[in-house]
Design a protein around this ligand. Structure first.
Ligand SMILES: O=C(O)CCC(=O)C(=O)O
Length: 257
C-alpha cells in the first residue's frame, strides 16, 4: 500500500516585493492606529507577559533604538489597509484557498513561544532575520502542551531555544525527543510550515514579516468550523478568559496605562 507522504517544512518561492519592507514603511500604513504590542512570551504559562497599547507610528519609530519596545504580533494586514494575496505571489499554490495574512514587527529577541497551528502557513520575512525551530506533530508528547487558549493553536511550556540538555532537565518528558529542524530566514525568504507542526520563532534583529494561513474548502468545513465556534465561545461568551494569549484575568485587554 502506498504510504501517504506528510508535508515537511521547506523554503518556498514567494514574490514579497509588494509587502511592507521596513518598520518605517509599516508606520506609514496607519500611523495613528492603536495596536497591542506584546512583551515576554505569551505562549508559556510560566513566563511573564503583558501587552501595551501604543500607536503603530510610535512603535515603529522607537523599535530600532529601544530593545524593550515589544513585539507587534499577528496584526491582520487588512486592518492596516493592506490587501495582498499569497496565491497571486506564490507559484506553488495552484488551487483555491481561503487565506488570512498577518503582520509581525519586532526587535532582536522578540519571541513567539512554541505552538502548533491548525492551518497550513507560509512565514515570509521582508526585513531583518528570524530563527525558526520546528518539531513534527508526533513530537507532541515531549513538548509539554499547556491549556493556554489561542484560537486554532496549541501552546507548549517548553522554551524551544534552550539547549537540548536544558530542555530535558526542565521538562523530563522532553528526553528522547529528536532535536528540532532549524531555519534562519533572511529578508526575501519564505518558509512553508505545515499544519500541526510545532514551531517557535525568534527575531535575530529588527524584523518585519508576514505570515499567511490558508485553508481549502474541506479544511474550512472541518477545522475552520471548529475555530469559528471556539472564537465565539471565547470572545462572545467569555470562556477561557483567565488563561489565554489575548486577555488578562481582569477581563481587560492587558493594556498598560
Ligand atoms: O514570526 C513569529 O514570531 C511567529 C510566526 C508564527 O508563529 C507563524 O507564522 O505561525
Amino acid at each position: 500500500m502506498a504510504s501517504k507522504t506528510t508535508p515537511t517544512p521547506h523554503l518556498v518561492a514567494v514574490d514579497a516585493s509588494a509587502l511592507p519592507q521596513t518598520p518605517e514603511e509599516v508606520a506609514t500604513l496607519k500611523p495613528d492606529k492603536r495596536v497591542a504590542v506584546s512583551h515576554g512570551c505569551e505562549e508559556r504559562v510560566a513566563a511573564e507577559s503583558s501587552k501595551e497599547d501604543v500607536t503603530l507610528g510610535h512603535f515603529c519609530a522607537t523599535l530600532r533604538g529601544d530593545p524593550r519596545a515589544g513585539y507587534l504580533k499577528q496584526c491582520p494586514l487588512e486592518d492596516l489597509g493592506c490587501r495582498w494575496s499569497l496565491r497571486a505571489h506564490a507559484p506553488f499554490l495552484t488551487s483555491w484557498v481561503q487565506e488570512t495574512a498577518f503582520l509581525w514587527v519586532g526587535g532582536a529577541d522578540a519571541t513567539t513561544g512554541l505552538h502548533s497551528d491548525d492551518e497550513d502557513n507560509v512565514l515570509i520575512v521582508t526585513h531583518g532575520s528570524k530563527h525558526v525551530l520546528l518539531y513534527p506533530p508526533n513530537s507532541r508528547r515531549h513538548l509539554d502542551p499547556n491549556p493556554r487558549y489561542d484560537n486554532g493553536t496549541e501552546c507548549c511550556e517548553i522554551d524551544a531555544f534552550l539547549s537540548e540538555a536544558e530542555k530535558a532537565r526542565q521538562h523530563p518528558p522532553y528526553a528522547g525527543c529528536a532535536p528540532p529542524l532549524s531555519f534562519v530566514l533572511r529578508a526575501g525568504d519564505a518558509l512553508f510550515i505545515p499544519r500541526d507542526w510545532f514551531h517557535a520563532v525568534r527575531s535575530l534583529d529588527v524584523s518585519v514579516s508576514v505570515n499567511v494561513f490558508y485553508s481549502t474548502l474541506a479544511d474550512l468545513a472541518t477545522r475552520g468550523a471548529h475555530r469559528a465556534l471556539t472564537d465565539f465561545a471565547h470572545n462572545r461568551l467569555g470562556l477561557w478568559r483567565t488563561n489565554c494569549v489575548c486577555h488578562r484575568p481582569s477581563g481587560g485587554f492587558g493594556m498598560r496605562p
